[in-house]
Design a protein around this ligand. Sequence first.
Ligand SMILES: NC(=O)C1=CN([C@@H]2O[C@H](COP(=O)(O)OP(=O)(O)OC[C@H]3O[C@@H](n4cnc5c(N)ncnc54)[C@H](OP(=O)(O)O)[C@@H]3O)[C@@H](O)[C@H]2O)C=CC1
Ligand SMILES: CC(=O)[C@H](N)C(=O)O
Length: 248
Amino acid sequence: MGLGEAFAEALAARGANLVLVARSLDALNALAKRLTEQYGVQAIVLAVDLAERDAAMRISEELERQRIAVDLLVNNAGFGLTGEFLSNPLAREEDLVQVNIQALVGLSHRLGSAMAARNKGGIINVASNASFQPIPYMATYAASKAFVLHFSEALGHELAPRNVQVMATCPGPTSTRFFAATSADQPTIKMDAAEVVVRRTLEAFDRQEKVVYPGRSSVRITSWLPRFIPRALAVRAAAAASRGMGLH
Ligand SMILES: NC(=O)C1=CN([C@@H]2O[C@H](COP(=O)(O)OP(=O)(O)OC[C@H]3O[C@@H](n4cnc5c(N)ncnc54)[C@H](OP(=O)(O)O)[C@@H]3O)[C@@H](O)[C@H]2O)C=CC1
Ligand SMILES: CC(=O)[C@H](N)C(=O)O
């Protein structure tokens, strides 16, 4: 199960109506049907490719057209690229920036404006334990997650007086389809379950935390370490870890 599906299920279990956004229409429809039947909530599906530059605008216009006010935005969609930066097609690297950063900024701006106008709302942005250090052989991905973390913390400060709560969640390796799409050799046993990561994320949001580390404690420690060692050493250590995972 991906983190998006786990968020959708956990929120449906809390009685929330859902707007599900991704590219795979059939998978979205199947999920919407299951959650509607199981939890008695409404679920609307928007099949959108967030790599398209106008995606955030099209989503917010569709929500306006359907007169849907979003109480909680979960910016979850994202993907990773591994290997040497120069060995990846530039178009894929640019898609990553578009999906992981630009779409998140666009949706935060458009839906965040509506929330601020209503003086009520929440935004959860999915960052990563990759947010805390540069990672060679996953350079753009890690940098995109550093952006998500910093952006969320700053936006949270700006929007707090408007009663819009913003939180970044920083999961460690989680058992989803994420790694299947990369060259990473990541044993499932070392991964957290998506349901656990989401439960801890939503509990932290309920406690009004600004940043949460919903992974196992070893992941949390590796998120702290880079703050205490020279940056060049952190880069070398991250490069060694990437090589160990077969990312180079
Ligand atoms: N798994 C992990 O170890 C960790 C993951 N994360 C982050 O969690 C988030 C969710 O990833 P995860 O569940 O693990 O991975 P998955 O690959 O299982 O899920 C990724 C989700 O993003 C959607 N998505 C990807 N590209 C696009 C696009 N161009 N347009 C619209 N939707 C898109 C996918 O739907 P579809 O393909 O149908 O479009 C899918 O729902 C990501 O932001 C990831 O960076 C953070 C830390 C750890
Ligand atoms: C895919 C991720 O963000 C994950 N935290 C990792 O790289 O281990």
